[in-house]
Design a protein around this ligand. Structure first.
Ligand code: PQQ
Length: 568
């Protein structure tokens, strides 16, 4: 049995499989399954667990895929396992041979694979894409995305759109050039490439591999001074999503390089933005920049999730997209043209801006919360600019962990974090393959009793309907179901189920290590299964400053857990 384009496009409603990152290419992470619901969830028990083994117990962020009774799940250090979805029995394993010099910024994680035809496709930390025969694990094709020695890496899950595999790249902390690529999923051949830093030319390739320019990303040099656009970052390091209705690919772009914003006056397009790309041409149809001229490492890579609502004033249905931006604001845009409809905080404290002007779509900055210019302040010695305290921290009101949207409740379920940072600027110059920040920082908690908070967010009213606080920062994705449940994991090791309308906790299970990955669900032979990967790691223990110290008792791991209802 092979995965077809229909399987991909209809993944959100086919309950026997999970063949896309996001439980559907729109990424709503909503399942219509109801067997596990607010009444029955108390009987949810483990069906099996599988250990990734090895000495390489590090952060595990993979969203498993399910097809034809098999699970395909990636693990730290660029590994991929095929398992029997019912028993957990190992069918095969692929382990990439990684060179010594890989440069992932934030742990050796991977967020999952894509599956198409007879292939399971995933990206490796040395910035390569590998397609494996899904039945044998044998390599069918392998392509290099970019040179890992220049700081490129790959951590995201690829997405399949119209038979193409869509990927971005990582490396924003090393002055790489962000890029979205489309490849023929069956052969790995490049179809188009779309740089996400203004000034770089995109290309489309014909059947014989002959390139033609498909437009420059904006005007050359208009928003970057001098040569800085050549190393501008804006890495789209998370998954792309696709809405068949608008026929647009939506992907977020990361921070501009370097972090020190005084070195790069201007908006620095298309950093920290949502961009909508035509899948046939690879051209940018619209962009919305959440943090123009970012000075706080507010990558805009957070997922842009298509949803519909009825405008309370006109009663008309609006084709919207929602994004819980790393910068602390929940942004709602018209997904046909990018126009900003609504912007409101989803965290309790935001220092860098007062809000957005809905007319212009631009943030209203608090200028005194931009870390100071080392060349005019802090003694003017050119070494260290004025330190400012600003919230959210650079790890964001939300980071890589994807939120979920329930068309049933009309609510987004957002894994948010409350923290701030001391941040300052320093001089820096670009050196290939070296960190390119020009900034220093220390993350600090805002509150004694919690950092994480799962929040039910109404995208129309801008209200937080309920929240469940968590001591450690939340770092795992969310799933919601027609059983009126919200599932998410915690660094403390729990997978939890919450009543989607009330916020009441109705179930939890201790997985033995921190959960920083999104759960999935499917059914087989009339039984609903729920799976999540467990294994603490990611950016927080590496970059979390005072917060990392507060939670340094958490243990690493590496396993998949699968649950179903206990039959009495
Ligand atoms: N990855 C994590 C993680 O997995 O926990 C957290 C982060 C990344 C960040 O906070 C980043 O800023 C970040 N930035 C880039 C980039 O700019 O290229 C890549 C990644 C990544 O690939 O994981 C992260």
């Amino acid at each position: 049995k092979e995965v077809t384009n229909d399987d991909i496009v209809n993944d959100a409603t086919i309950t026997t499989q999970v063949v896309t990152h996001g439980l559907g290419t729109k990424g709503q992470r909503y399942s219509p399954l109801t067997q596990v619901n607010t009444e029955t969830v108390k009987d949810l028990v483990p069906a099996w667990s599988f250990s990734f083994g090895g000495e390489k117990q590090r952060g595990q962020q993979s969203q498993p895929l399910i097809f034809d009774g098999k699970m395909y799940v990636t693990a730290s250090y660029s590994r991929l396992f095929a398992l029997d979805a019912k028993t957990g029995e190992k069918l095969w394993k692929y382990e990439a041979r990684l060179p010594d010099g890989i440069m992932p910024c934030c742990d050796v994680i991977n967020r999952g694979a894509a599956i198409y035809d007879n292939l399971v496709i995933f990206g490796t930390l040395d910035a390569k894409l590998v397609a494996l025969d899904k039945d044998t694990g044998k390599v069918v094709w392998r392509e290099t995305i970019e040179d890992y020695k220049a700081g490129y890496s790959f951590t995201a899950a690829p997405q399949i759109v119209k038979g193409m595999v869509i990927t971005g790249n990582s490396g924003g902390e090393f002055g790489v050039v962000g890029r979205v690529d489309a490849r023929d999923a069956k052969t790995g051949k490049l179809i188009w490439t779309r740089p996400t830093v203004e000034g770089h030319m995109g290309q489309k390739f014909d059947k014989d591999g002959k390139p033609s320019d498909n437009g420059i990303s904006g005007k050359t040099n208009a928003t970057w001074p001098g040569d800085l656009w050549k190393t501008g970052g804006a890495a789209p390091w998370q998954a792309a999503y696709y809405d068949p209705d608008t026929d647009l690919i939506y992907i977020g772009t990361g921070n501009p390089s370097p972090w020190n914003s005084w070195l790069r006056p201007g908006d620095n397009l298309y950093s920290s933005s949502t961009i909508a790309i035509n899948p046939d041409t690879g051209k940018i149809v619209w962009h919305f920049q959440g943090t123009p001229h970012d000075g706080w490492d507010f990558d805009g890579v957070n997922e842009f999730i298509s949803f519909e609502y009825n405008d309370p004033k006109t009663g008309k249905m609006v084709k919207a997209g929602g994004k819980a931006d790393r910068n602390g604001f929940f942004l709602v845009n018209d997904r046909t043209n990018g126009k900003l409809i609504n912007a409101f905080p989803f965290v309790s404290r935001i220092d860098w801006a007062k809000g957005y002007d809905l007319k212009t779509g631009r943030p209203m900055y608090n200028d005194d919360k931009r870390p100071g210019n080392p060349f005019t302040e802090g003694g003017g010695d050119g070494q260290k600019g004025e330190v400012v305290f600003a919230a959210p921290s650079f790890l964001g009101g939300k980071n890589q962990m994807p939120m979920a949207f329930s068309p049933k409740t009309g609510l987004f379920y957002v894994p948010a974090n409350e923290w701030g940072m001391d941040i300052w600027n320093e001089p820096v110059s670009y050196k290939r393959g070296a960190a390119y920040l020009g900034a220093g920082f220390t993350i600090k908690p805002l509150y004694e009793d919690y950092i994480g908070s799962l929040r039910a967010v109404d995208p129309v009213s801008g209200k937080i309907v309920w929240e469940v606080k968590n001591s450690a920062p939340l770092w795992g994705g969310v799933m919601t179901t027609a059983g009126n449940l919200v599932f998410y994991g915690t660094p403390e090791g729990y997978l939890k189920a919450i009543n989607a309308t009330t916020g009441e906790e109705v179930w939890q299970f201790q997985t033995g290590s921190g959960v920083i990955a999104p759960p999935v669900t499917w059914e087989e032979n009339g039984e609903q299964y729920i799976a999540v990967v467990s294994g603490w790691g990611g950016a927080v223990p590496l970059w979390g400053g005072d917060v990392a110290r507060r939670i340094n008792t958490l243990e690493q791991g590496g396993s998949v857990w699968v649950f179903k209802l206990h039959k009495s």
